[in-house]
Write a protein that binds this ligand. Structure first.
Ligand SMILES: [Zn+2]
Length: 483
């Protein structure tokens, strides 16, 4: 037996080295996916979103990736290409850190059937079938994110099975890094979404809030999330006490609190109660000094989430049209269903939707939301790019380009938008020391682009390759694999 074993081992060794040589020879042309332990990205212009404009680029660079992390980065005359490394030719490309969508929901698909509480199309598509589809489609949804250059996401609330999504992403060879919150602790209930593991749970007392937070803490959430829905001024003080109970319980375990609060009075109540992350714009008034003071004192992250309301309006008025980036990078199955209102018999369409179809509302975000973004940014509050993807009309992955275009329209420079989608996104994802910039020791998460994103953020969608943890992906191959 022994000689046979050693002969087999010899053969195996030979085969392994032959395979390695073959891979090194072919991988530069066919880099998808690539698991070689040392990779050198050579000749591209690295963009450093953490720096000011004058020092934000390194042309003709070398990035060395070893075992999934960046082991060296600098200009080609300073950083040698290690012998035996697999080389990716990045001449003529721009290289940015992997994008981070700091506000998504995997239990929703972005199609018309995904929020029956907002548009009740259950007669056309039972909600249970929609959710079953979303669970089964997760591997494809993960790939859609990578294809759009999004290498980390924050799922900021969903059913308890959200925690399984984080585990599934960790196990998957092609998935973004996923941070999660569990069910939303809510000031109102939302029966249409309750299939036994509801994403939104109404809480009426501080004790109930603490009990639900405890249940969620057992699953080690990255955030506890509150859905702070305002009904009247009279209710606000009592609601603030409930939110504070949730915040205190979360903070005692070292877990931050994310809050959905879209009105100025509610956002301030959330900040007083202990919010660490505001996942929406204040969209009913200009943020005032008190808001900015509270936000700075709590060192919060602010996610403007500008596109999501437009997404609902466009999709439910049947005027939603895919962007060029969505046509190339979004889930083909969802794209095919976005125009279903043209096909669903009218008697199955609720009156509210019929009204929107007859008289499509303006799709632009609120003026307050747009202006508040610049004010919050200028006050020095970190702003994380987030889409609220999964909501009706806001597709997983490629909607980041719609969101970033609006941020640029709101007055942020392309470099500031990129900083928001990387550096501050990393803070929102709670992976601040691991992702968000291209630097030694960080995970090798980056996007190679065919156009300069510092001229216009639209160029961030001109994706050549995406690298996550040192594995190289071709976005077009990712999408082909889920068709
Ligand atoms: Zn959300």
């Amino acid at each position: 037996m022994k000689p046979a074993t050693s002969a087999w081992q010899h053969l195996r060794k030979l085969c392994l080295s032959a395979c390695l040589v073959a891979c090194i020879a072919s991988c530069a042309n066919r880099p998808t996916p690539n698991v070689a332990s040392t990779l050198a990205i050579v000749g591209g212009t690295v963009i450093h979103p953490q720096r000011d404009a004058a020092r934000a680029t390194t042309p003709n660079s070398v990035i060395v990736i070893t075992d999934g992390r960046i082991s060296a980065v600098g200009s080609a005359d300073m950083v040698p290409i290690p012998a035996g490394a697999t080389v990716v030719d990045a001449r003529g490309k721009w290289i940015v850190p992997g994008l981070i969508d700091a506000h998504v929901h995997f239990f929703q698909s972005g199609n018309l059937y995904t929020r029956p509480d907002a548009a009740d199309l259950r007669a056309a598509m039972p909600y249970a079938r929609e959710v079953t589809r979303n669970k089964a489609r997760l591997p494809a949804t993960f790939k859609v994110y990578l294809a759009s250059g999004v290498t980390s996401v924050v799922d900021i609330g969903g059913p308890f099975w959200n925690f399984d999504v984080r585990d599934a992403a960790q196990r998957s060879p092609a998935a973004p890094r996923v941070s999660v919150a569990g069910p939303l602790i809510s000031t109102v209930d939302d029966p249409p979404l309750d299939l036994g593991d509801p994403p939104i749970i109404k809480i009426t007392t501080a004790d109930e809030a603490r009990a639900l937070v405890k249940r969620e803490l057992a699953r080690q959430p990255d955030y506890i999330k509150v859905w702070f829905i305002y009904r009247s001024d009279a209710e606000l003080p009592a609601q603030e006490i409930i939110v504070k109970a949730a915040a205190d319980e979360a903070h005692a375990a070292g877990t931050p609190l994310a809050v959905h609060a879209t009105q100025l009075a509610v956002a301030k109540a959330a900040l007083r109660a202990g919010a660490d992350y505001l996942v929406h714009s204040v969209d009913d008034a200009s943020v005032d000094d008190e808001f900015l003071r509270l936000a700075i004192a709590r060192r919060i992250v602010y996610c403007p989430t500008l596109f999501v309301t437009s997404g609902y309006r466009l999709a439910l008025s049947n005027t939603w049209k895919p962007t060029a980036a969505e046509l190339r990078l979004a889930d083909p199955e969802i794209l095919a269903a976005m125009g279903d209102l043209s096909r669903i018999p009218r008697e199955l369409v609720p009156d509210g939707v019929l009204k929107l179809m007859a008289d499509p509302p303006p799709a632009q975000p609120s003026d307050f939301a747009m202006k508040n973004l610049r004010k919050v940014w200028d006050a020095g509050i970190p702003v994380a790019m987030g889409t609220d993807a999964g909501n009706i009309g806001t597709l997983h992955g490629a909607s980041v380009f719609r969101e970033m275009a609006l941020m640029q329209q709101a007055g942020l420079t392309p470099l500031e938008v990129l900083r928001s989608a990387t550096v501050y996104g990393a803070r929102a994802a709670r992976h601040e020391s691991d992702v968000g910039i291209i630097d030694t020791g960080r995970f090798a998460d980056m996007v190679l682009l065919d156009a300069d994103p510092l001229i216009d953020v639209e160029n961030l969608s001109h994706i050549y390759r995406v690298i996550k943890g040192g594995t190289v992906f071709d976005p077009d191959e990712l999408i082909r694999s889920i068709r």
